[in-house]
Write a protein that binds this ligand. Structure first.
Ligand code: HEM
Length: 271
């Protein structure tokens, strides 16, 4: 019988090649067998086996959808972990240390939002295919979202304890110049809160362009998408937002210069 050679497309050849392992020419070692130190430390065999294999995917974009969700859970796990460390530092009055951590946390939240931007390339028709395989899954079921929310309450309470130990009201932190260290920490917590809300607002736009936002558009768990806007701006640290409102409520117009009017140049007017 005549042997008919298998016709394999370039993409299929590449796909087979990407199954590995690969001889790295610099290392002169086989990569992809899970035996190298990098692979062992990062646990790449386990990590890369966590995505539905190609043959079982309902659409090629399912890798992106699942991968972004997995990655988001990892970043959320890190945010919750950082929050707990920050609670420990606040309770130890270690404000330099907590300040460094609060520099990191909004950056993580911004990565979360940026990642959603990749998911925005998923068009509604493709998402409809994926959606049939999600059961009644809801964002509220996300372990990362829940743990970050709980950890934020812990952070909020740790801030309250710090203010109590220092015998300072939050309003004093903002209206006097006597507590620059506390003010810095409060502003950094606010940065984090703002970045967190930004993630949820970005998520809202993602939902809007993928399934739409309308009274008749419901999530898989039955929740109308209309409720999302009210939730995405709920602060993690309400007191830090409230203090601004209180300051504006007691603000007085008197005491400034009329626009264009000559100003005192002696410097006496500068507080
Ligand atoms: C195409 C992608 C996505 C769609 C269409 C979508 C859709 C929705 C919808 C309809 C809701 C409201 C109902 C509910 O709680 O389930 C929701 C909530 C939520 N989603 Fe997504 N989502 C997407 C991606 C993501 C990703 C990548 C994450 C990352 C973890 C995420 C996290 C959440 C969270 C935490 C909530 C609850 C928010 C709240 O209750 O305020 N979603 N999503």
């Amino acid at each position: 019988m005549e042997h008919i050679p298998e016709v394999v497309s370039a993409a299929e050849q590449l796909r087979r090649q990407l199954q590995g392992p690969w001889l790295n020419p610099l290392l002169k070692k086989w990569v992809g067998q899970g035996e190298l130190d990098y692979e062992k430390y990062v646990r790449t065999p386990e990590l890369l086996a966590l995505q539905t294999p190609r043959a079982q995917r309902v659409t090629p974009d399912e890798l992106l959808f699942q991968g972004v969700h997995q990655s988001q859970e990892l970043w959320l796990k890190m945010l919750a972990h950082e929050s707990v460390e920050a609670v420990e530092e606040l309770d130890a009055n270690a404000l330099w240390e907590v300040s460094a951590r609060l520099e990191r946390m909004p950056r993580i939240a911004r990565v979360l939002a940026a990642e959603l931007g990749v998911l925005e390339t998923l068009t509604p028709d493709t998402y409809q295919i994926i959606r049939r395989n999600l059961g009644n899954g809801s964002g509220q079921e996300s372990p990362g979202y829940n743990s970050v929310s709980i950890a934020a309450r812990g952070l909020d309470e740790a801030l309250e304890r710090l203010l109590r130990r220092r015998n300072v009201q939050l309003a004093d932190v903002y209206t006097t110049r006597r507590h620059p260290d506390l003010k810095r920490v409060c502003e950094q917590l606010l940065d984090y809160d703002e970045a967190w809300q930004h993630w949820l607002c970005t998520h809202f736009q993602l939902v809007r362009r993928t399934i739409g936002v309308d009274a008749m558009v419901k999530a898989l768990d039955g929740l109308p998408t209309r409720v999302l806007p009210g939730r995405m701006t709920q602060p993690l640290f309400p007191a830090l937002w409230r203090v601004r409102v209180e300051m504006t409520a007691t603000w007085q117009r008197e005491g400034g210069y009329a626009p264009g009017a000559p100003r005192d140049t002696s410097g006496a007017g500068i507080p």
